[in-house]
Design a protein around this ligand. Structure first.
Ligand code: CTP
Ligand code: MN
Ligand code: MN
Ligand code: MN
Length: 368
């Protein structure tokens, strides 16, 4: 007799690192609403309510069936009153009036536009909003604003950067990055991380991890050209320092938030006939693409790979699990056991899960 897998809500872990979450989301209409609510709280810098909705969204992404009755979420972790209210309304009315209100909210709409520019975060958006600015057109027209180098690039390549990166573009860029890195470091390992490693078909950028087996990394690599725009952040990692305990820790790797010029063959060649056709010469044959390049020392590679593969929620829960269940501190560089007072070495992601006493979760099951 075939075994029927029964779903037991009370056995679902509150930590997404103990769940397998693929991209097959059966509850998109709920999780979309939750993510709008969470983003609005992020814009208001209310981290508690923001995380509450992100955790609830993450649990529903894991459910192997679509929720149709309130009974379906009975016993599930991370379902607070605010999340339940949204679910109840979507079940009854087909949509959430709260999420709809957020989408129509003036402040939310402005922040959404502002933060869509590379280099603009919540802090800058807040500043612009307080100055009375509401749209990107108004920001661009305001000549008193002092934009950072990053934001200037963000406006310059805006149209390209808001259009998502496809898997095909990610593969093309991957070849370019690998070839370029290998001319400088023939033994280097170049790995795509982020959403593409989790199996996503589109992304807002392409994330790369670069490491050189051997005693030390090449800290000159990022200075050797290849990029349209590049904001190099030098490594600030100090040996023996304890991992960071912050929820969303920035790591200390040398990294580069870059914009790469990807040449693309023109789709329509039919009117391409004479060299005197100046109009054709002006057709842009490239696309600006956001690329994150992270250089890691070889012995930290597994930790960096786990951290940069995400999802962001999966990473948050890994660190929360390590801290609360294991008395360990995890970040993108290392894992520290506070009871034993030792750093735990790892050569692979599997080893990190083992150190934490967790079953291994494949990258494509980390879409929490
Ligand atoms: N990350 C990190 N440290 C940073 C920036 C990002 O550890 N300073 C991690 C994030 O936690 C995330 C992963 O790197 O899990 C990739 O980040 P990001 O590119 O923002 O997200 P993706 O999951 O790749 O999604 P997208 O398609 O939007 O790029
Ligand atoms: Mn399924
Ligand atoms: Mn990414
Ligand atoms: Mn990124």
């Amino acid at each position: 007799e075939p075994e029927v897998p029964s779903f037991i809500a009370s056995k679902v872990s509150q930590y997404s690192c103990q769940r397998k979450t693929t991209l097959n989301n059966h509850n998109k209409k709920f999780t979309d609403a939750f993510e709008i609510m969470a983003e609005n709280y992020e814009f208001k810098e209310n981290e508690i309510f923001c995380l509450e909705f992100l955790r609830a969204a993450s649990v529903l992404k894991f459910l192997p069936f679509p929720v149709t009755r309130m009974k379906d979420i009975q016993g599930l972790p991370c379902m607070g009153d605010r999340a339940r209210d949204v679910i109840e309304e979507i079940i009854e009315e087909g949509e959430s009036s709260r999420a709809k209100e957020v989408l129509n909210d003036e402040r939310y709409k402005s922040f959404k536009q502002f933060t869509s520019v590379f280099g603009v975060g919540v802090k800058t958006s807040e500043k612009w909003y307080r100055m009375g600015l509401r749209t990107l057109e108004e920001v661009k027209a305001d000549k008193t604003l002092k934009l950072s180098k990053m934001q200037k690039a963000g406006f310059l390549y805006y149209e390209d950067l808001v259009s998502c990166v496809s898997k095909a573009e990610a593969d093309a860029v991957s070849l370019i990055v690998k070839n370029t890195v290998c001319t400088f470091l023939p033994d280097a390992l170049v790995t795509i991380t982020g959403g593409f490693r989790r199996g996503k078909k589109i992304g807002h950028d392409i994330d790369f991890l670069i490491t050189n087996p051997g005693p030390r990394e090449d800290d000159e690599l990022l200075h050797k050209g290849l990029l349209l725009y590049c904001d190099i952040i030098e490594s600030t990692f100090v040996k023996e320092q304890l991992p960071s305990r912050k929820v969303d820790a920035m790591d200390n790797f040398q990294k580069c938030f870059a914009i790469l010029k990807l040449y693309q063959p023109r789709v329509n060649n039919s009117s391409y006939n004479t060299s005197k056709n100046f109009d054709m010469a002006e057709v842009k044959d490239w696309k600006a693409i956001r690329v994150d390049l992270v250089i890691t020392p070889f012995e930290q590679y597994a930790y960096a790979l786990l951290g940069w593969t995400g999802s962001r929620q999966f990473g948050r829960d890994l660190r929360r699990y390590a801290a609360h269940e294991k008395k360990m501190i995890l970040d993108n560089h290392a894992l520290y056991d506070r009871r034993e007072r030792i750093f735990l070495k790892a050569g692979s992601e599997e080893e990190i899960f083992t150190h934490l006493g967790l079953d291994y979760v494949e990258p494509w099951e980390r879409n929490a």
